[in-house]
Write a protein that binds this ligand. Structure first.
Ligand code: NAD
Ligand code: UDP
Length: 332
């Protein structure tokens, strides 16, 4: 059904990357998973290792690489604020040098390249919901800038390689995505709340909990990424991919507690600097151009994600929960 291709997924051992590798293999492609294992885990792709069409390369995208490929999904970059702010200079390097290196590879091989951009390019938006035409409201020198400005520069590089060298580019602006294989100590809100609830801890709400996000289940997102890659060469994006149903963090906490029901309470910690107050994708373009709409709503996606973390915590004991406690204390 699908033409067989050799596909490179940078960041392939991460949360989204591992689901993408899995789906591409199911479609009959050869998949090269490249990762430096900063936030990725071998375990995320362990079940794919016996597939003769799958290989893993330990490599940092900030260094050039030479491979023969037909398509590149560039996902390499830590996505959690806790992790991308851990070594902000390397985050900029990953976004900028990593983009240059993967674009050079695309240019040399003639491969199509899809860049995993982000709703963070809109910053703390004063247009709501966010359409792709909105240029954003980003603090260029705050703690989130290594990620936000790094991703903005990566988009710039894609368009310059496209205009200057004719490289075939696809830019997906991904909104908050969640699901199995997020790290228990990832630091993002969905994994934090679930791990806290399952371990009988307070759920840590930053600020008043009135800030909003719109959560997309990972299988929907992967479907959108592949549709974008397979779209006509004239489709460059940027295209928003996300679930437009918007929730406050308080509502998310309530939903997690409804499902886990461990008698937990909520505790309030300071709001991190430059934390966006609201976020909701306008996905009209994805509907029109890709025929894509998310199908899995938050309640259903949470059931699957909670099941995953229940198993992980049963296997790993309380070690993760303790690490999480440390992070919460650090950010307080
Ligand atoms: P993740 O942290 O689980 O995955 C990132 C992967 O990239 C990890 O496997 C990590 O080890 C690897 N990596 C990081 N720096 C690297 C480098 N220099 N060289 C090679 N590998 C490197 O995060 P995720 O949620 O799976 O996000 C994947 C991509 O999607 C990221 O580019 C992220 O910015 C983007 N994105 C994700 C979301 C989301 O909500 N999950 C939202 C917007 C954009
Ligand atoms: N957040 C929270 N408690 C947590 C982790 C995050 O209230 O334990 C908030 C965070 O301040 C933000 C929202 O949840 O407003 C989403 O945070 P996340 O780190 O998941 O993603 P991002 O801010 O990058 O969208």
């Amino acid at each position: 059904m699908f033409a067989h291709k050799r596909v490179l997924v940078t960041g392939g051992a991460g949360f989204i990357g591992s689901h993408l590798c899995e789906r591409l293999l199911e479609q009959g492609h050869e998949v090269i998973c490249l990762d430096n294992f900063f936030t990725g885990q071998k375990q995320n792709v362990a079940h794919l290792r016996d597939n003769p069409r799958f290989e893993v390369i330990r490599h940092d995208v900030t260094e050039p690489i030479n491979l023969e490929v037909d398509e590149i999904y560039n996902l390499a970059c830590p996505a959690s604020p806790v992790h991308y702010q851990f070594d902000p200079v390397h985050t900029v390097r990953t976004n900028v040098m990593g983009m240059l290196n993967t674009l050079d590879l695309a240019r040399r091989t003639g491969a199509k390249i899809l860049q995993a951009s982000t709703s963070e390019v809109y910053g703390d938006p004063d247009v709501h919901p966010q359409p792709e035409t909105y240029w954003g409201h980003v603090n260029p020198n705050g703690p989130r800038a290594c990620y936000d400005e790094g991703k903005r520069c990566a988009e710039t590089l894609c368009f310059d390689y496209h205009r200057q060298f004719g490289v075939k580019i696809k830019i997906a602006r991904i909104f908050n995505t969640y699901g199995p294989r997020m790290l228990p100590n990832d630091g993002r809100v969905v994994s934090n709340f679930i791990v806290q609830a399952l371990s009988g801890k307070d759920l840590t709400l930053y600020g008043s909990g009135q800030q909003t996000r719109s959560f997309c289940y990972v299988s929907d997102l992967v479907d959108g990424l592949i549709r974008l890659m397979n779209s006509d060469d004239s489709v460059t994006g940027p295209i928003n991919l996300g679930n437009p149903n918007e929730f406050t963090m308080l509502q998310l906490a309530e939903k997690v507690l409804e499902q886990v029901g461990n008698g937990n309470k909520t505790s309030f910690l300071p709001l991190p600097q430059d934390d966006p107050r609201q976020r909701q994708p306008n996905i009209q373009l994805a509907k029109d151009v890709l025929g894509w709409v998310p199908t899995i709503q938050l309640d259903t996606g949470l059931v699957k994600t909670i099941d995953y973390f229940r198993t992980v915590l049963q296997n790993a004991g309380q070690a993760y929960a303790e690490q999480l406690d440390l992070r919460a204390r650090k950010s307080a």
